[in-house]
Design a protein around this ligand. Structure first.
Ligand code: NAD
Ligand code: ZN
Length: 354
């Protein structure tokens, strides 16, 4: 049996290179070889915050652009050699949850998230894709393989935050946390027509890029209570929407304190630690304020990837400012992942192009 190499979670707090047997390709599946890969903060939650529980020898990673190297007999639209965009979330499309519009949870909570959760991820010489016709998208010539990796997870997650917040023309939106996901939530909110956009973050590099994507106001959470800072800036007026893309459980209370009756708190942050979220009773309108709180895993799937690709092709969005650290060997993934863990001040996102 042929073997391949990948960077794996060996157990809690431990990563390392391992060899595994090349996965079998079922009739509707594909086997891909990564062209470009990027580590995600979610990999950090999984390994070092122990967020998903123990995993042994699980190859990490869920972001990649790739080349198809094998397809199952029933795959119709992809063939060996095709360049593809690979979404981080690859649902089972026949599941009733998918039919209900929540493919992220096909066959159970978060079960659409397969790479680096249920099965080996994209940090290997090859990786397996279930239901290839539904879960891959052709990579258009005008999108380079590095930008394409941002379509796997960063763009769809940030945009999902803005979509779930139902951002509308002229609204005031606060984005808490401006790593790459929050930055894409800023960009997504602006594309949906937001008026004023507060970006909450402390690192200068992220603040600069937030401005580039259309943030109108920068708030540093290290300079004091963000609720006070934002209320000062709005003259005490509540905001319409809050998107949470960083920080801990305390951000929900802050969001509820900031928001108007009928507003929406949209979380896309992966809550890796802590037990319960506290919602302030009075600001939540004594339970009657019509303030909605929603949290969502990004939607994967081919259609989403094809539409998001159009946003890049037609130059509505430039993802290149996210790519701050570039590497060119599979082995560099280890350094890339450790960068994501340690978050040096000039880092937004590392990308490894093979
Ligand atoms: P990131 O760590 O690069 O960015 C988060 C930023 O928030 C960091 O710069 C951090 O310093 C900052 N921060 C910390 N405390 C803060 C506070 N109190 N207020 C404001 N900012 C604060 O992470 P990322 O890659 O941008 O991802 C953001 C989150 O989204 C992560 O938890 C990630 O796992 C998660 N994620 C979710 C999905 C999804 O489908 N919902 C997909 C991908 C990633
Ligand atoms: Zn991710």
């Amino acid at each position: 049996m042929k073997k391949f190499k990948g960077l794996a979670m060996l157990g809690f707090d431990k990563i390392g290179w391992i060899e595994k047997e090349v996965p079998k390709v079922g009739p509707t599946d594909a086997l891909c070889e990564p062209l470009s890969i990027s580590p995600c903060t979610s990999d950090v939650h999984t390994v070092w915050e122990r967020a998903l529980g123990d995993r042994h020898d699980l190859i990490l990673g869920h972001e990649a652009s790739a080349k198809v190297v094998e397809v199952g007999a029933l795959v119709k639209d992809f063939k060996v050699g095709d360049k593809v965009i690979v979404p981080a979330i690859t649902p089972d499309w026949e599941a009733v949850e998918s039919q209900a519009g929540f493919s992220q949870h096909s066959h159970g909570m978060l079960n659409g998230w397969k790479f680096s959760n249920e099965k080996d991820g994209t940090f290997g010489e090859v990786f397996h894709v279930n239901q290839a016709d539904g879960n891959l998208a052709h990579l258009p010539d005008s999108i380079n393989i590095e930008d394409a990796v941002m379509l796997s997870d960063m763009v769809p997650t940030g945009f999902h935050g803005a979509n779930n917040a139902e951002v509308a023309y002229g609204e005031t939106v606060v984005v808490i946390g401006i790593g790459p996901v929050g930055l894409m939530a800023v960009a997504g909110s602006v594309l949906r027509g937001a008026g004023r956009v507060f970006a909450v973050g402390s690192r200068k590099k992220c603040q600069e890029v937030a401005k580039y994507y259309g943030a109108t106001d920068l708030v540093n959470y290290k300079d004091g209570d963000i609720v006070d800072q934002i209320k000062d800036a709005t003259g005490g007026k509540p905001v319409d929407k809050v998107i949470i893309a960083g920080g801990g459980l305390e951000t929900f209370g802050q969001a509820v304190k900031l928001i108007r009756p009928g507003g929406i708190v949209s979380n896309i942050n992966y809550l890796g630690t802590g037990d319960a979220i506290e919602i302030p009773r009075i600001e939540w309108g004594l339970g009657m304020g019509h303030i909605r709180i929603i949290g969502g895993l990004m939607p994967g799937g081919r259609k989403n990837m094809e539409y998001l690709a159009q946003v890049l092709i037609n130059k509505r969005l430039d993802v290149s400012p996210l790519l701050t650290h570039r590497f060119n060997k599979l082995e560099d993934l280890e350094e890339g992942l450790l960068l994501m863990k340690d978050k040096p001040r000039d880092l937004i996102k590392p990308v490894i192009t093979l």
